[in-house]
Design a protein around this ligand. Structure first.
Ligand code: 6GU
Length: 239
């Protein structure tokens, strides 16, 4: 998977993505992250990329020309038209299904806006997907782009090792994670749930599933179309 990020702050992307699991995946050649500085495509003698909005109002807008030129440099380097994700509070709210869909691509372009946004004509010309990461306002699209890239990258084969990927397999899909414990058995008076020490694997699995379902039900999130199947599974173990 090759990520191309169009941004005024390339260092933020490179620093954020060359760390931990993403950094390891880049070293292994499973991922690449290319940060394209939109300012490099300004034709203004002061390298200006923004201007006042027609019709008035506060704030500056990123101009169409440098944004389109930065995009075209990527299109040229990969030799075809890729999907272009524009990070904006006006977009579709990102979720795991969107992560799976984006993970099917070989190349993804992320467009990060700043100031009050980007000239609508550039968006019409190049953007294929408008994505938000939630209902709150951030100062720019770089953090949202990194959030989306992290969620997509961990679905790319070879990015996670076996231990890291085992925890999101099989019927635990669509459920929140169960609570987990490591040594010691008692910490400041709080004991590990005894079922986890009983050695009965089926019992442990049933308890974890039950905890997952409780957590999912008491949250206002995640579609639980697998819940009925999971409840039957717990009942089977109890029989
Ligand atoms: Cl994608 N951009 C900005 N600026 N703020 C956000 C966002 C995106 N998603 C949530 N808040």
């Amino acid at each position: 998977m090759n990520f191309h990020v169009l941004t005024l702050f390339p260092q933020m992307i490179l620093d954020g993505m060359n760390t931990s699991i993403m950094g390891r995946a880049i070293s292994k050649g499973k991922l690449s992250v290319d940060a394209v500085n939109i300012r490099d495509f300004s034709t203004n003698k002061h390298m200006k990329v923004d201007d006042y909005t027609y019709g008035g109002g506060a704030g500056m807008l990123m101009q169409a020309a440098p944004v389109c030129a930065a995009y075209r440099s990527v299109e040229e380097s990969i030799g075809r038209k890729p999907r272009v994700v524009y990070l904006t509070p006006q977009g579709r709210v990102f979720n795991q299904q969107m992560a799976w869909e984006l993970a099917q691509e070989d190349e993804l372009v992320f467009l990060c806006g700043h100031y009050e946004g980007i000239d609508e004509r550039a968006l019409e010309m190049i953007v294929t997907d408008y994505v938000s990461i939630g209902d709150y306002v951030l100062t720019g699209g770089e953090l949202p782009a990194m959030v989306v890239m992290d969620a997509v990258a961990r679905l790319v084969p070879g990015v996670l090792n076996n231990d890291e990927s085992a925890q999101f397999e099989s019927f635990h899909d669509n459920l929140l994670e169960y609570p987990q414990y490591t040594r010691p058995e008692e910490f400041e008076g709080r004991k590990v749930p005894p079922v986890l020490l009983c050695g009965d694997h089926a019992k442990v699995e049933a308890w974890r599933l039950e905890q997952s379902i409780e957590r999912t039900k008491s949250s206002d999130r995640i579609c639980t179309k697998s819940t009925d199947r999971n409840i039957r599974k717990i009942q089977q173990v109890r029989k």
